[in-house]
Design a protein around this ligand. Sequence first.
Ligand code: 2P0
Length: 353
Amino acid sequence: MRLKYGGRDRSTTVADTIRGDLTAVARAHSNIALVKYWGKRDPALNTPATGSISVTLDALATDTRVSFDPSLAADQFHLDDRPEPASRVSALLDVVRSQAGLTLHARVNSTNNFPSSAGLASSASGFAALALAASRAAGLALTPRELSVLARRGSGSAARSVFGGYVEMHAGTAASGLDSFAEQLLPGADWPLSVVVAITEPQPKPVSSTAGMLGSATTSPFYPGWLETADRDLDTMRRAITERDFRTLGEEAEHSCLKLHSLMLTTRPALIYWNAGTMAAMHRVIRLREEGLPAYFTIDAGPQVKALCAPEDASAVAAELGAVPGVRQVRISALGPAAHLVDDMAPAEPGNP
Ligand code: 2P0
């Protein structure tokens, strides 16, 4: 039986009507990759060409409310209280609707407690929160692995933000994409780590990761080398985490970061995400090590620098990075939890542009 609403071309099934108010609110935390993802195996299913390893960040979070609503003629998406194009959100909602046998459109409201689209992985926390809120609002109870597969459809890095602590994403080989998911390697509490985030530019980045990585795969002469060395990097990082070997973790994270940016710099047109503050912060981290303060840098598809260090060194590293010319703001993050449902959304962070 199908019920029509308002005589228009929107319909819902009886199952829709017995699921309560079809609303859920979820929180997911951003993550930073220690071994980076850059390149897709299947762009349609958004499977990555290589695996990756990340840590989930407690201080950077997205809250997302999803309400399926029979009165809507199209999906609506608001980010930090401003209307945004809903196409990528709708694509993920379409997967949820098809799994749940639902035809309703949804109202989606998201807030980030950090600048969006500026190399702080807002798509990771955003799509992980959306996957959890949308699947629950639609009445689905997915396993963490199923949730990770769903989040990956929205954004590759989002598959990792489903989990807390140290997380590995598996590239998978299946044409279905069902073996391309993340899982936890180690809870954050088992090996506490701090990430000092040095923000050099809060404005959105000029080239999206999705477009950038497609360009790298087709134009950078370094892309074959990137694919060839991925498994070795993953093995070394996995071992460093298992053995709680901070020096190897840091050295490998810096290497993966610099290899990623070599790939970006040799893409046509070139992807130059760094600014002068980025460069100055990298050199400062190297000098801190020489001066006896163990810290290692990593940088994503943006100009922000993240320094990895022991929790007891975090305030000293933050003070040093905060004094670097071009660094506008510094945040310290511990390792964060898995994506989870919350009662209501936190208010948007004041000053978030
Ligand atoms: C990472 N990044 O591993 C790498 C390092 C950026 C640099 O994952 O196309 O936004 O949505 O799957 O997940 C950013 O890529 O890309 C990213 P899509 P996503 O964290």
